[in-house]
Write a protein that binds this ligand. Structure first.
Ligand SMILES: *Cc1c(COP(=O)(O)O)cnc(C)c1O
Length: 426
């Protein structure tokens, strides 16, 4: 593909271009290793002087089709697929942070990311300062020192559902020469492209909408190629890398410096690569991403409106409801739809919430989100239960909150299931 096609076309044809006689669909290359006849060519591959696959921990053809398509969909210069969303976030940070460095993060985060930043990274000597939604630009700027390496946020907070203030964050990042890293899992690259709004690195849990069918765990890092790493803050990308016989990533790879280092040092050393089979499934998932995201968004808005008018419902949160504080930002950053996740609280609190969940007949109780089937979850007693109550509130988890991942079934069937189950509570 040479031309700049629209997203729907990229979803289907973006990563793999068959030649005469090749498989029409991106094939699964289930191999750890690749054969070569010429030792000099293999030496060049190891020295990053030629392009090709050496070993699947570092790269694989099926992973490459998937990575290319995802990178195009985000408008980036390159991507690396990983074994999970968690590993994508970990590598995105470790690629530029070492013990003694620090990062700044929005506090409205996925529970797993919160624990990673708050506990595990601290144990490795990387400190995170969490900032609330209403922190002012001056406050955030005052937290930055010469060891601050990145600012982190989620496009749509999971499960707080607040919309990242891209303008504020990107202004701060530009002013201080700090990389802006965004988790774009909830909108998927179909509904939002953070690079258009000043992000420099995008991470995904591809386990969610990108796979879309709850069958393949995975993650990805996409590089926007739009950040100057040579500004005095990122010696690991500019100075010689002793673990790669003194290679200088910035000099050698220019706008591909970050993503190249991530592949050849992070994947090489830590090994959290996506399996080719999961890359195959995730790539297949991307073929219908545009259709699914439109339907997820349409169903979720209809259910949010239904719940908003239901007498047993205390409150509803969905970015496309006009009553929401973030409605203006939702329209600005998510012009095609707000995705499939909504939250609500039932009158009578957690006790009634549990009754409601038990009474559902069609909709499942499941920890996952972002797939074809509708499911519900009570984050306070599950995904966010390892957090203190104060931390839960900071992450946007009220005690009575029920999270709904709206699927792409018939919306009338979904609404009637919610209706009958709400009838059983109180
Ligand atoms: C699920 C999720 C993750 C973690 O991804 P896994 O693939 O489960 O490791 C990270 N961020 C967000 C926003 C998520 O929803």
């Amino acid at each position: 593909m040479v031309k700049n096609y629209n997203k729907e076309t990229i979803c289907i044809r973006g990563g793999y271009t068959p030649n005469d006689g090749d498989p029409i669909s991106a094939p699964l290359i289930q191999s750890t290793t690749y054969k070569y006849a010429d030792p000099d060519l293999l030496a060049d591959l190891f020295n990053l002087k030629a392009e090709g696959h050496i070993y699947t921990r570092i790269s694989n053809p099926t992973n490459e089709y998937f990575e290319k398509k995802l990178s195009k969909l985000e408008g980036g210069v390159g991507a690396v697929a990983t074994s999970s969303g968690q590993s994508a976030i970990l590598l995105a940070v470790l690629n530029i942070c070492k013990a003694g460095d620090n990062i700044i993060s929005s506090s409205s985060l996925y529970g797993g990311t919160f624990n990673l930043f708050n506990v595990t990274l601290r144990n490795l000597g990387i400190n995170t300062t969490f900032i609330s939604k209403d922190a002012s630009e001056e406050e955030i700027l005052s937290l930055i020192d010469d060891k601050t390496k990145l600012i982190y946020g989620e496009t749509i907070g999971n499960p707080g559902l607040d919309i990242l203030d891209f303008e504020k964050y990107s202004r701060i990042c530009k002013k201080s020469g700090i990389a802006f890293v965004v988790d774009n899992t909830l909108p998927s690259p179909y509904l939002c492209n953070p690079f258009q709004f000043g992000a420099n690195i995008v991470v995904h849990s591809t386990s969610k909408y990108i796979d879309g069918h709850a069958v393949a765990l995975g993650g990805a890092i996409v590089d926007g190629g739009n950040f100057n790493w040579n500004n005095g803050r990122y010696s690991e990308l500019v100075e010689p890398d002793p673990s790669y016989h003194g290679i200088r990533y910035y000099d050698t790879f220019k706008e591909l410096a970050y993503i190249t280092k991530l592949r050849v040092s992070m994947l090489r050393d830590l090994g959290n690569t996506m399996s080719p089979f999961n890359a195959f499934l995730s790539d297949l998932g991307l073929e219908t991403l545009h259709l699914r995201m439109a339907k997820h968004s349409e169903n979720a808005l209809a259910i949010a409106k239904f719940l908003q008018n239901h007498e047993k419902v205390n409150w509803v949160s969905y970015p496309y409801l006009e009553s929401q504080g973030d409605f203006e930002n939702a329209k600005k950053y998510l012009s095609k739809g707000a995705g499939g996740v909504l939250t609500f609280g039932i009158k009578g609190g957690i006790k009634e919430a549990k009754k409601f969940i038990k009474a559902l007949k069609l909709v499942d109780l499941a920890t996952h989100l972002g797939f074809t089937k509708t499911s519900v979850l009570h984050p306070g007693s599950t995904t966010h239960s390892q957090l203190t109550e104060k931390e839960q509130i900071e992450c946007g988890v009220r005690p009575d909150l029920i999270r709904v991942s709206v699927g792409i079934e018939n919306v009338e069937d979904l609404i009637s299931d919610f209706d009958q189950a709400l009838g059983k509570s109180n």
